[in-house]
Design a protein around this ligand. Structure first.
Ligand SMILES: *[C@@H]1O[C@H](CO)[C@@H](O)[C@H](O)[C@H]1NC(C)=O
Ligand SMILES: *[C@@H]1O[C@H](CO)[C@@H](O)[C@H](O)[C@H]1NC(C)=O
Ligand SMILES: *[C@@H]1O[C@H](CO)[C@@H](O)[C@H](O)[C@H]1NC(C)=O
Ligand SMILES: *[C@@H]1O[C@H](CO)[C@@H](O)[C@H](O)[C@H]1NC(C)=O
Length: 271
């Protein structure tokens, strides 16, 4: 509390200069160190293969659910790192994950995600589990979030537990050997899960849909009856001398008669 207060008071007048000097000196000594460390740390990890992606082939039901999603396995991606263990990193903040994270520790534990840590590491397999090329009929997908039994078990930090919310999540595969990270894929596209709808919305939704189906059915039945009646009438009137045909004859006759009468009348009127 006090240290915080002191810091806030610092930018007031003369003090900031005194304070900024040691900070500056610190940064100057830190910068070369960082520049030395960063390439070294990055240089050892090779980026390989395509980034992980939601499975599109084969087309599956429920590629994403409210707490799981299905990824393609990294087949033929880590072939050059046969001694490594391949881990899946799941995060809600891909810029906050560093490859030197150690799996199986509280810092990368599923149970601490997302409240205490922004990433967890799970689904560790050795390369023989991802044979390349894939044998015909092999399952080549991974369901992330499928293990419910260990979700609250702190003794199993690498649990592939159900995802805690709709996301977005980013994932990548990271290969570690005994000396540390050796290869990785790029991060996936952001993955959003399905949001569970409140029960009321689902029931109104399906009720509306049921109503629409019923109305459509009734309308089509009515239409069919109407069509049948029309057809029956046409057939009846075509075969038999229907009332309307004689009627129309009589009408035309009478009209003709009237017309003739009228035609005769008019010249009379004009004359
Ligand atoms: C494995 O390494 C060889 C030689 O460095 C390279 O040509 C090849 O593309 C690599 N294979 C994979 C899958 O990374
Ligand atoms: C995955 O990691 C856990 C914990 O570190 C370990 O018990 C398990 O044997 C590993 N499985 C594989 C296939 O490496
Ligand atoms: C880990 O992999 C790197 C790069 O492939 C290799 O140089 C190193 O010897 C490996 N370490 C172990 C302990 O296998
Ligand atoms: C549920 O329905 C209400 C009212 O129609 C709507 O405001 C709300 O956004 C819906 N919730 C979801 C999750 O669709």
């Amino acid at each position: 509390m006090w240290a915080d207060g002191d810091h806030r008071r610092v930018p007031g007048d003369k003090e900031p200069q005194q304070h900024s000097r040691p900070g500056h000196r610190g940064a100057r000594t830190m910068l070369p160190l960082l520049l030395l460390l960063l390439p070294a740390a990055r240089g050892t990890v090779v980026t390989v293969g395509p980034e992980p992606a939601l499975t599109k082939d084969p087309q599956l039901e429920g590629v994403t659910t409210a707490s799981t999603f299905v990824l393609d396995q990294p087949r033929c991606v880590f072939q050059n790192y046969s001694d490594a263990v391949i881990w899946l990193v799941v995060t809600n903040d891909k810029d906050a994950f560093y490859n030197n994270a150690t799996p199986g520790t509280p810092e990368t534990a599923f149970q601490n995600f997302p409240d205490k840590v922004s990433a967890y590491m799970t689904l560790n397999v050795t390369l023989p589990s991802y044979p390349c090329p894939r044998p015909a009929g092999d399952i080549t997908v991974l369901r992330v979030g499928s293990e419910t039994s260990c979700a609250k078990d702190m003794s199993r930090p690498t649990c592939n537990g159900p995802l805690p919310g709709p996301g977005p999540y980013w994932v990548k595969f990271l290969a570690l050997n005994d000396s540390g990270p050796v290869a990785e894929t790029s991060w996936s596209m952001p993955i959003m899960l399905r949001t569970a709808q409140p029960a009321s919305n689902i029931s109104t939704g399906s009720g509306y849909r049921d109503g629409m189906i019923a109305i459509t059915t009734i309308l089509s039945i009515l239409f069919a009856i109407l069509l049948a009646a029309l057809l029956a009438m046409l057939v009846f009137c075509g075969s038999e001398s229907c009332g309307s045909s004689t009627f129309s004859k009589a009408e035309s006759v009478s009209v003709r008669r009237y017309n003739t009468h009228h035609v005769y009348d008019q010249p009379c009127a004009r004359l």
